[in-house]
Write a protein that binds this ligand. Sequence first.
Ligand SMILES: O=C([C@H](O)CO)[C@H](O)[C@H](O)COP(=O)(O)O
Length: 211
Amino acid sequence: MELQLALDLVNIPEAKQLVKEVEEYVDIVEIGTPVIINEGLRAVKEIKQEFPHLKVLADLKIMDAAAYEVMKASEAGADIITILGVAEDLSIKGAVEEAKKQGKKILVDMIGVKNLEERAKEVDGFGVDYICVHTGYDLQAVGKNSLEDLATIKRVVKNAKTAIAGGIKLNTLPEVIKAKPDLIIVGGGITGQEDKRAVAAEMKKMIQQGE
Ligand SMILES: O=C([C@H](O)CO)[C@H](O)[C@H](O)COP(=O)(O)O
């Protein structure tokens, strides 16, 4: 099980400071969609340059022009790029093809997918690297989480790794670990805490013990 730190509500200098605090305990740094909207792919480039030993995920949430956007994120140094599960099949296949050419990986974000089981099976057949269940900020605000969705995709996904994101905190991490996803994505559960380093260290320890 890997731990991904999601950076969403920061600028580039703040992102660098945050990664410095917790770098020992995370496997992947996500440059979140809001950061890319504000700072562009420069954020991916600068974080990869400063922390070359960490994998960097560009959360582009691609919907169209997939091969082109995967190419641009790859050029900026991203190791993993996200595309939406609700995108056209052709777009997801195009993203996978381009990522393979560039030696990169594709994570499919299943946010907003209604027919989760069926779509996860289909997307798994396209050769994607990760399939991620995700409760976005707007559904978190009304008390939702992704645990049931994780169980659903784990039943049907045979090739890709599984991932979970959305509102995971120290107190909810044990039930996530019990469900055994390959990748656990945490944003505010680390970045919103007073002692980020201590929380990240504790999360990493819990994940290692759960393996
Ligand atoms: O992908 C995300 C969201 O859509 C904003 O871009 C977050 O990175 C993801 O939800 C993880 O963040 P937390 O929910 O704060 O853990």
